[in-house]
Design a protein around this ligand. Structure first.
Ligand code: ADP
Ligand code: ASP
Ligand code: MG
Length: 404
């Protein structure tokens, strides 16, 4: 008997038939004598639909009310999944995030988990029930509903696996593992048998939405080994863990593209100490994640700052920058027609020439580089959004990832 946490994503519970399919899969695992906690997402598209409705009312809805709204997507699927299990004779009970004891901070729409009080859940597990938990949601200490950021059901699953010391954590999605690039864009992308937390973390944070970034961070911190696999077949998936044997031999493990970014140019600001601090303090106070910051050489006492923000936070950034720019002068322009393309691999620590090979491949494909940033195990470039898919294919081939 093992204690297993499974998570089924939006496509896997996308309609009633798929929910029944998930219930059948759960029954097999339960009937084999295992203890089972199952995290489910909202049906595919529901969260986006709810966001669109809110934005049709106001561009900057109250974040507390957003959480009230978004939490209902997962609440639908937990109840339907429990019912589907009852219908095939499995004793199951659904839990909201709050009922599962998931306590977060107060940062609505991207709350961090502070702790999990799993007593109630453990009691029902001991009674032999399958527990169905709503992903993506929790409660702050005052009982306010919070959500964990887009893709947050992954985090619910991994945090629960850590809290109840599960023997296994399985993330079921609509592809059968983590690939060298998004398999929907790069047709000859290859499935990885295993990948290290570090590389998975970079791929996730750079746009490979197969795993939520914070869930990978959490897994690395608490040593939760997990497997990404498909709910539509029984193929082995990708194991994500600390050490991966063949890590050092490969320069580039994968290519990631993020189309949900906007480029911000703040021009003609005073070229003096404190200006950048004022601009980025305003963005930080609005909890906006800024990336790829470049400042040009000042001329005539004026300078330009360029950086990227998540597209979903653009309206918030416009609002946050207005008072700051009043203080330091200058104006902000936003470009949404960009994408960030990145190559990731721990092998980069010990190989040189990755940047040159990347830039050459993009040059050959006629792709202009607008911004560049590097770290020990990744190189990112900002390029035109309409060239991003083709660029991903070209770069994937240039590093031989199609031949793994
Ligand atoms: P879920 O709803 O199950 O959480 P997501 O849509 O969040 O699923 O994530 C799965 C999707 O991630 C896949 O359909 C795939 O298009 C995309 N994806 C992006 N990069 C990768 C990658 N490197 N490997 C696998 N899938 C990827
Ligand atoms: N339903 C949420 C989202 O679409 C959480 C998740 O699917 O993981 O972002
Ligand atoms: Mg997801």
């Amino acid at each position: 008997m093992a204690r297993i946490v499974q998570k089924y994503g939006g496509t896997s519970v996308g309609d009633v038939d798929r929910i029944k399919n998930v219930a059948n899969r759960i029954k097999l695992v339960r009937d084999a004598g295992n203890e089972l906690v199952v995290v489910v997402s909202a049906r595919a598209g529901v969260t986006n639909e709810l966001i669109a409705r809110a934005k049709a009312i106001t561009p900057l809805p109250s974040e507390r009310e957003m959480d009230q709204l978004l939490a209902i997507g997962e609440q639908e699927t937990i109840a339907l999944t429990a019912m589907a299990l009852h219908a095939i004779g499995v004793d199951a009970v659904s839990y909201t995030g709050a009922q599962a004891g998931i306590v977060t901070d107060k940062v609505h729409t991207k709350a961090k988990i502070k702790g999990i009080d799993a007593k109630a859940l453990e009691k029902d597990l001991h009674r032999g029930k399958v527990i169905i938990v709503a992903g993506f949601q929790g409660t702050d200490q005052e009982g306010q509903t919070t959500t964990l950021g887009r893709g947050g059901s992954d985090l619910t699953a991994i945090a629960l696996a850590a809290a109840i010391k599960a023997d296994k954590c399985e993330i079921y999605t609509d592809v059968d593992g983590v690939y060298t690039a998004d398999p929907r864009v790069v047709k000859d992308a290859k499935k990885l048998q295993e990948i290290s937390y570090d590389e998975m973390l970079e791929l996730a944070s750079l746009g490979s939405k197969v795993m939520q970034t914070r869930s990978v961070e959490f897994a690395a911190k608490y040593g939760v080994v997990f497997e990404v696999r498909s709910s539509f077949n029984n193929n082995p998936g990708t194991i994500v863990k600390q050490e991966v044997a063949y890590m050092e031999k490969v320069m580039v493990r994968g290519v990631a593209v993020d189309k949900d970014q906007a480029k911000v140019v703040v021009s003609n600001i005073a070229d003096k100490p404190g200006t950048a601090a004022t601009v980025f303090r305003a963005l930080a106070d609005a909890s906006i994640n800024v990336d790829m910051i470049v400042q040009n050489v000042g001329r005539g006492g004026l300078a330009n700052l360029t950086f990227t923000v998540p597209l979903s936070e653009k309206d918030k950034a416009v609002k946050a920058l207005a008072p700051a720019l009043k203080a330091v002068g200058g104006e902000a322009t936003f470009d949404e027609k960009i994408a960030k393309l990145s190559v990731v691999g721990v092998g980069m620590k010990t190989h040189s020439g990755v940047a040159a090979a990347l830039f050459e491949a993009l040059a050959k494909a006629g792709v202009n580089l607008e911004l560049i940033s590097t770290s020990e195990i990744k190189i990112s470039v900002v390029i035109a959004k309409d060239q991003a898919d083709e660029a991903a294919r070209v770069v994937h081939a240039a590093f031989g990832l199609d031949k793994l």
